[in-house]
Design a protein around this ligand. Structure first.
Ligand code: ASP
Length: 326
């Protein structure tokens, strides 16, 4: 069964798993039909008042392999798995045999041998989710952030929240919108996933930052690249403010100059369209990329992003496991 057919099949039971691997490794190569189906499934899950999905993965194991710190992503994958009735095998890099030199591939084979059917991987190396997918015999891998490459479920939840805020939930067509990511785009897997999914759904996209953090090479993602935040802000319908990722080598030069030019403060927010919204994937460095009062204002949807993380990850797990009960 082809992935799109599996997703639209209403008759599948949890025991029926499609014969193609249904990994979710990136959004760049995910067909637009599957992107829309994942978002539509998220919407159905959010309105699943009857709780039809409770227990749909009962008796199955989902493994969380997190080799990098995480708060929102790990907890919401756990919450998503539990809401579907699955058991969660939780492995964190520290304290596992990875700290004794075991490879990611061997770790994947180990959790699969224990019974994991869905394996969620976060790792500091770009491409590590694909390595995990190659190592898996039958389990499906969901990328929860691989280095500076992609963070597909974050890209989906950001899209969902934007579509909700801007009235695009029917069909998830973002045509006519101009959406921006600001700051340390070069090191951001969130930005990469956002930019490709927004573009695929029809939006005009722009990466904004100093040349060192928003290089012209990002144009390969189909976006414009701009250095002047003040010029860009009035043209945008939504803006995602990114954390400066010092752990990946980001150099902001003089931090003071960076915050002067790129921090979203109240004065800058005031230049945006009245309907425009602000996103932040977290963790937030208040006062650096975003002023605290902006972060706490109703225009900032950061908390809504976190809430959307659970249904998006439920949709991703159902899709990966080729289960559709709604
Ligand atoms: N939490 C996001 C990530 O894991 C963003 C960040 O760390 O700044 O990529």
């Amino acid at each position: 069964m082809r992935p799109a057919e599996a997703l639209h099949s209403r008759s599948m039971t949890p025991d029926q798993v499609g014969d193609e691997p249904r990994h979710i490794l990136d959004l760049r190569t995910t067909p637009v039909d599957r992107l829309r189906a994942l978002l539509a499934q998220t919407r159905r899950i959010e309105t699943d008042a009857a709780g039809e999905l409770a227990g749909v993965l009962a008796g199955r194991f989902v493994a969380n392999l997190f080799f990098e710190p995480s708060t929102r992503t790990r907890l919401s994958f756990t919450a998503a798995a539990r809401r579907l009735g699955a058991e969660v095998l939780d492995l964190m890099g520290e304290g596992s045999s990875v700290s004794k030199g075991e490879t990611l591939a061997d770790t994947v084979r180990t959790v699969e041998a224990i019974g994991a059917e869905v394996i969620v991987v976060r790792h500091s190396a770009s491409g590590s989710a694909a390595v995990a997918a190659r190592a898996a015999a039958a389990a499906v891998v969901i990328n929860a952030g691989d280095g500076a490459h992609e963070h597909p479920t974050q890209g989906l939840l950001d899209t969902y929240v934007i579509a909700e805020a801007l009235g695009r939930l029917d069909g998830f067509d973002l045509t006519g919108l101009r959406l921006g990511v600001v700051g340390d785009v070069a090191h951001s897997r969130v930005a990469r996933s956002d930019l490709v999914v927004w573009r695929a759904l029809g939006a005009e996209t722009v990466a904004i930052g100093p040349a060192g953090l928003a290089p012209a090479s990002l144009e390969a993602l189909g976006c414009a690249v701009e250095a002047d935040l003040d010029e860009a802000l009035p043209t945008l319908d939504a803006v995602q403010m990114l954390r400066v990722q010092r752990e990946r080598g980001a150099d902001t030069g003089a931090l003071r100059e960076y915050t002067d030019r790129y921090r979203l403060d109240e004065a800058r927010l005031g230049t945006m369209r009245s309907t425009a919204v602000v996103l932040h994937p977290g963790p937030m460095n208040r006062g650096v990329e975003i002023e605290s009062t902006v972060a706490d204002s109703p225009r900032c949807l950061a908390e809504r992003q976190v809430r959307a993380g659970v249904p998006v990850r439920m949709a991703a797990m159902l899709d990966a496991a080729a289960v559709n009960r709604l």
